[in-house]
Design a protein around this ligand. Structure first.
Ligand SMILES: O=C(O)Cn1ncc2ncnc(NCCc3cnc(NC(=O)Nc4cccc(Cl)c4)s3)c21
Length: 273
């Protein structure tokens, strides 16, 4: 009895596998559908916690947005269902797990590995922005790796349809916020361009460019000032790309199509592509 994507799913449709990790709102399990045997990741979210944290609207928006996305570097959300206590997100299983675990294990990535990830990010962002979706929460913690090491953007918990200017209850790291959001101004998809620059920096150096572990206010100040410094071992091309993305003025940030053609990206592409 193949389930049509729209028919109600229940927990009985799955064989439970190993836990993959636990997030703030619940655990993620590797599961398998019964017939046919299809592997996926089941994220459980407790309704009580969602209500307490007032994120029910965000979850609804995430489900509405992510169910319509189809891109090799965007984690699929196949569907969802709920029981009296929990909501379950049926997600594509990312075979190589969380990218940030690799980043903390290695400290930082090589220029070749970083460049290939940034190419995939730019390609996915062109797709998302083409559908007027701003991710707004690009950071290593929200990136996963598919079975062949390909990057998958997950967790659209903060994504919105452009343009957004909702005051973000700032939870989690500020390191990826652009000046316009730090200053509470209206923002558009160019916030993802800035985050791509921060991500490139963090892949290569191992920490984000404006980090100040001692004070949140200093991080704000360094972002608003674009107080950008590079260690000496970063190639000139990498510095060039990062500097063209970390521009104070959103309109001056390098177009994503230009990122795909940037020398630092092209030189590390697999041969013949
Ligand atoms: O789980 C791991 O620890 C790692 N892991 N390993 C492999 C693997 N394969 C797939 N998915 C994984 N993890 C789930 C990634 C997510 C995708 N989408 C999400 N959405 C969300 O959390 N939304 C959300 C929650 C609470 C509030 C709000 Cl506002 C929004 S979480 C995997």
């Amino acid at each position: 009895s193949r389930k049509s994507p729209t028919r109600e799913w229940t927990l009985h449709d799955f064989d439970m596998g190993r836990p993959l990790g636990k997030g703030k709102f619940g655990r993620v399990y590797m599961v398998r559908t019964k017939n046919p045997n299809y592997i996926l990741a089941l994220k459980t979210l407790y309704k009580s916690e969602i209500v307490q944290s007032k994120v029910e609207k965000q979850i609804r928006r995430e489900i509405e947005i992510q169910q319509n996305l189809r891109h090799p570097n965007v984690l699929r959300l196949y569907g969802y269902f709920h029981d009296e206590k929990r909501i379950f997100l049926m997600l594509e299983f990312a075979g190589k797990g969380e990218l940030y675990k690799q980043l903390s294990k290695h400290g930082c990535f090589t220029e070749k590995r970083s460049s290939r990830y940034i190419y995939q990010m730019a390609d996915a962002l062109i797709y998302l922005h083409g559908k007027h979706v701003i991710h707004r929460d690009i950071k290593p913690e929200n990136l996963l790796l598919g079975i062949n090491g390909e990057l998958k953007i997950g967790d659209f918990g903060w994504s919105v349809h452009a343009p957004g200017n909702r005051r973000m209850t700032l939870c989690g790291t500020l390191d990826y916020l652009p000046p316009e959001m730090v200053e509470g101004k209206e923002h558009n998809e160019k916030v993802d361009y800035w985050a791509l620059g921060v991500l490139t920096y963090e892949f290569l150096i191992g920490n984000p460019p404006f980090e100040d572990r001692s004070s949140v206010n200093n991080t704000y100040r360094r972002i608003a000032k674009v107080d950008l410094k590079f260690p000496s071992n970063i190639s000139a091309e990498a510095r060039d790309l990062i500097s063209r993305l970390l521009q104070y003025d959103p309109q001056s940030r390098l177009a994503l199509t230009e990122v795909l053609r940037h020398p630092w990206i092209v030189k590390h592409r697999p041969r013949g592509t």
